[in-house]
Design a protein around this ligand. Sequence first.
Ligand code: ZN
Length: 264
Amino acid sequence: MGRYSGFAAAAAALIALAVPAARPAAAQAADPVLAAAIEELATASRILADQGVVDAYGHVSIRHPHNPNRYLLSRAIAPARATAADIMEFDLDSNPIDRRGRDLFIERFIHGEVYKARPDVNAVVHSHSPTVVPFSVTQVPLRPVIHTAAFLWPGVPNWEIRDAGGVTDLLVRNGALGKALAATLGDKPVALMRGHGNVVVGKDVRVATRRAIYTEVNARELAIALGLGGPITYISAEEGAFKDKQASDEARAWDLWQERVTKK
Ligand SMILES: [Zn+2]
């Protein structure tokens, strides 16, 4: 991998010097694994928009398939509009590798700092998932009530940006804030961000996307259950841990979501 990466980087640098605009297409054509990962990431971005997890804001990233010290994230555009051509590469301090004048997401530090803290994580979603936010500003814990969100069983911590940054505009504008958020996330799949949204992680982009979607769905179902009143029967820790070990038909959901966002 090292020798290949070195060669690829050198070749890409030469191409970049000669024809800057041609670099992404040329590099991707030479690397089908990277090209497929980029395509899948752009698809995930559009799926998250289609499923109502992100709106004009929010973003999804993946760890670079060949370099664990890099990640891939689109330039700053609405997630529904992302295509493979918009995907950029960053180091874990969230510096772009080859910016070429493109706008960057202010909150990209969420991604870099989570990848530093979590070697098991290869995909990160940050969203303002609407039904999740009320659970970040009240004392009502976000716990799983629907089996598709059983992965929330370890608990969902709520990050208070004031503890790390005092008075802010609530945006994760630097590595220090991103690091504090990653510390609150700990080894969990999801952390809330007070008055803002959440961060959702997974071993790959399909898992992170599915978790982000069903965290939103679970918040909706739980809010309805709370409105009905009376004691609530949550998914237990034992049930959650048991479900984590079961095989599930994840491709069916992904294929459906993908079809909805793929132009014919
Ligand atoms: Zn945000």
